[in-house]
Design a binder for this molecule. Sequence first.
Ligand SMILES: Cc1cc2nc3c(=O)[nH]c(=O)nc-3n(C[C@H](O)[C@H](O)[C@H](O)COP(=O)(O)OP(=O)(O)OC[C@H]3O[C@@H](n4cnc5c(N)ncnc54)[C@H](O)[C@@H]3O)c2cc1C
Length: 430
Amino acid sequence: MTTLILGGGITGLLAAYYLQERGENAEVWEADGAVGGWVKTLAWPTEDGRPGRMERGPQGVLVTPGSRTDVLFKALDLQLKSPGKGARWVGTGGRLVPVPAHPVGLVTTALMSWSTKFRMCFEPFMPVGPEEPEEGLADFMARRAGKGIATELLPPMVAGILASPTELLSVDAIPKLRQWESHGSLFNGIRKSGVSHLQVPEGGMGSLPIRLSERLSSVHTGLRAESLERTPDGRWRVKAPGAERIVDRVILALPAFEAAALLGPHAEASAQALREIPYTSVRLWHSRHTPLAPFKDGFGFLIHPEEGRPYLGTLVPSWIDSGSAPEDRMQFRSFIGDPVLWRDPEPDQPKDWAWTMGRLRRWVPNLSEAFQTREEVSPNAIPRAEKGHRGRVRRAVEGLPQGVHWLSNARFGPGVRDVIEGLEPWLDTL
Ligand SMILES: Cc1cc2nc3c(=O)[nH]c(=O)nc-3n(C[C@H](O)[C@H](O)[C@H](O)COP(=O)(O)OP(=O)(O)OC[C@H]3O[C@@H](n4cnc5c(N)ncnc54)[C@H](O)[C@@H]3O)c2cc1C
């Protein structure tokens, strides 16, 4: 069986790696000059030439001891480092409120009203909802833990993970929620699945795709597949400028819109379902400042969208990954959401550094001027699992022609861990 994987992002490389583990060889074509897709660590020296770095996509990966993700990093000999338990905050009511580190702290936190806290205590006793119809994310949380959680806590958390407004999304936007509920309650599910910690591989997240590609026998960069064609004997001819292969199996490890463009002539129903999956764009401002307590030892802060949109929050990479910046610099990474999606109250105001710094100072008044800034625009970066997502994915997968597969975070869930876990059941179908 010959296999060609299109897309050398983390999904394509992992698919190739797991196939290789099963004794099958797969060739990978990546359009870009380097592997990794959004998972890339870029060098960003300080203004006086000292080493530093920044992440293009994920800042880290969530790892539970003994999980498939844990096993993968060990098998790849990639040393993981956990930054530990840093403080985190939510910006609400005009100030940054600490997120409780322990369940006991939930009783006293100012993040939720008393009625919300009271209702939350009943979560373990709420019945498990039916598989169908697919619920909205806010409806799911309101059903399980009460409306207060859905409006007070969920919106900033979801904006921080998915850069999208909660009210648009399906519960499938965060697949872990239904997995946890299947244990009887979210409380039970989290307890049984084990606590996960954010971890960063040595050298940054970009070490993961690089290590994977080193372990694979055939990875080509700079090859963008332009067409698929069925051969008379039922195989697939794939063409890129300067390259052509005829293979038994083609794996489209591509964002939905890229997969749709290749599939259109062969499987219109599947391509149409893929075209209907929207993607969210995000703008990131990286900046370096004089270290400031308590933020220098914290994870970062998310701002309730009602008070911040389209500014969604800021992470502190210098705490998460000590290789980001030298000790005398505190590195921030601030997220600005899509102005249309977030109904930006100041649409004519450019979201430049001056605007972003103004937003930061509103929440962190003592923040020093930045030594350095760097902007990264990320168009169509994050799949948006809007209500009805499950049906769209089902139609896309069921309509695929024989010998063609589609794998993506739009199918498995938004994070690297979702992709690692989602590939396992797919491998079982081969
Ligand atoms: C700003 C940001 C922050 C994030 N933060 C986190 C986080 O903290 N934790 C976490 O777990 N996840 C995070 N993610 C999500 C994570 O990065 C994605 O889940 C993951 O990178 C998706 O990988 P992928 O391979 O499915 O897609 P992609 O990374 O999009 O890879 C697809 C690849 O296909 C290539 N390609 C496209 N068309 C063709 C073609 N025709 N032929 C050949 N190649 C082609 C592209 O060049 C690309 O390399 C973040 C993402 C972003 C954008």
